[in-house]
Write a protein that binds this ligand. Structure first.
Ligand code: HEC
Length: 142
């Protein structure tokens, strides 16, 4: 009887906590079980498009960047030093691990990607956060 309100509170927290804490750490490590469908979505070696991300083409091309993210795979923009999706530099110019990164290894970097302020230089570009957190949430498919 007396614990009814407590139970309601617990249920409330149970339902809402994942929403509160999902902002930047909300990636889960679920394995990619959706097969076919995930293949069509952006992946480590499946090109990112405005259709498979739902992000308009103009947003997939960051201002001042030589290359658009659209049409590239995650592997390409992370590991290829000739590809530059940010205005300032290619990933590998700032990160020694980028050139050699493998799919599951990079998958492990994504949570930090979502939260870092790059040592005060500002957060990572939002569109990259969106693409990478979605990829992570789908289990980092190929
Ligand atoms: C101009 C330099 C610069 C560029 C270009 C850059 N980053 Fe970063 N990045 C940083 C800094 C500084 C940090 C915070 C310090 C750190 O942990 O390395 C950071 C942090 C990260 C982190 C979290 C820390 C880690 O090493 O796991 C990831 C992941 C990351 N960057 C990925 C990328 C990717 C992918 C690209 C290319 C799209 C990129 N960065 C482009 C400077 C850069």
């Amino acid at each position: 009887m007396g614990n009814r309100p407590n139970r309601a509170l617990l249920i409330f927290l149970f339902v809402t906590a994942p929403v509160f804490f999902s902002d930047c750490l909300g990636t889960n490590n679920s394995v990619d079980r959706s097969g076919q469908k995930a293949q069509q979505k952006a992946g480590w070696s499946t090109p990112i498009t405005s259709v498979n991300t739902g992000v308009p083409s103009e947003k997939l091309h960051l201002e001042g960047a030589p290359d658009s993210i659209e049409g590239l795979t995650i592997q390409q923009f992370v590991t290829d030093s000739n590809v530059q999706v940010r205005a300032d530099a290619a990933c590998s110019e700032c990160h020694g691990w980028a050139n050699e990164a493998a799919r599951l290894e990079f998958c492990e970097h994504v949570s930090e990607f979502l939260c870092t302020n790059q040592d005060g230089a500002g957060p990572k570009p939002q569109v990259l956060k969106d693409v990478l957190s979605d990829w992570k949430n789908r289990g980092c498919p190929d």
